[in-house]
Design a protein around this ligand. Sequence first.
Ligand SMILES: NC(=O)c1ccc[n+]([C@@H]2O[C@H](COP(=O)([O-])OP(=O)(O)OC[C@H]3O[C@@H](n4cnc5c(N)ncnc54)[C@H](O)[C@@H]3O)[C@@H](O)[C@H]2O)c1
Length: 299
Amino acid sequence: MGETDGRRAVANFEGKVAFITGGGSGIGRGVALRLAQDGADVCVSDMDLEAAEETGELVRKAGRKALVVRANVASEPQVLDAVSACVSGLGRLDFAVANAGIARGGSILEFALKDWQDQLDVNLTGVFLSVQAAARRMVELGHGGRIVCMASLAAANTGASIWGYSATKAGVRIMVRGWAQELGPYGITVNAIGPGIIDTPLAHALAGDEGGAIRASVEQRTPVGRVGRPEDIGGLVAFLCGPDGEFMTGSYLIIDGGLRDARTQADPDPNDPRVRELQQHMQASMKRRQRTQTLLDDR
Ligand SMILES: NC(=O)c1ccc[n+]([C@@H]2O[C@H](COP(=O)([O-])OP(=O)(O)OC[C@H]3O[C@@H](n4cnc5c(N)ncnc54)[C@H](O)[C@@H]3O)[C@@H](O)[C@H]2O)c1
């Protein structure tokens, strides 16, 4: 069993194979690394091949086999090819993590249909296609499996501008309950995870920078006193994939350091430096979003 940042590995995944969508960044990379540290070989799938290659290198450095594939989760042929490549390249499929997602926010008065559609395509259709392809393979292979879908705390809570994102994540949260009913008899569990604010490129505007005012505000509001890390989610996925996760299926597991019940802050004061910092972060996020959009439009 491996060690991860002082955390004790909970399972020995030697001989197991994991398939992860959106494995090139943030949570997906954290999950890939944790499963590799626990002994699994990993197929890292992402529409950003360069990013996926970087994760693949980290998996190899952890001493495990990595297979890297480019696939847009919103494309059925690409998802089918990716899952096939995983099984032929790494020999089996034990764990599938439908993690790829995007966040498109905005007021109902302005929200563009294209943003709505893109978000549905990736966050809902992408999860459906990934789970369907993985589950069919697991049934064919006949040795059961574990499927984990990345929902969000936003599947339970919502607010201005994130209601569309919430709708997609609430969809994931409810779909796993139905899938659990169908897949249980094949020895396959399927669960959804609801992360709070995790320090990744997607949530940079919310998580802020280490030592910055936004980060301090998140730390102050979060009962455990820190922002979430990709390895926190990696640990939960390892639990769900391990022997102790066998009896859990159809569940939605919030992992947010207690943020969901934290006191909401008063309306922001426009003269507050934290509000200015947030605006700068939003601009940086927009730049990153343009890159993701180019990749999506390219599909
Ligand atoms: N970071 C958070 O605070 C947070 C909180 C709750 C839920 N989540 C969810 O966790 C998941 C991972 O988010 P993250 O924070 O690591 O984001 P991220 O932006 O750091 O990583 C997402 C990865 O998914 C890939 N991706 C995006 N669209 C894709 C597509 N159509 N096909 C294939 N790959 C695609 C991107 O290239 C990127 O590598 C998402 O589903 C997100 O909604 C994140």
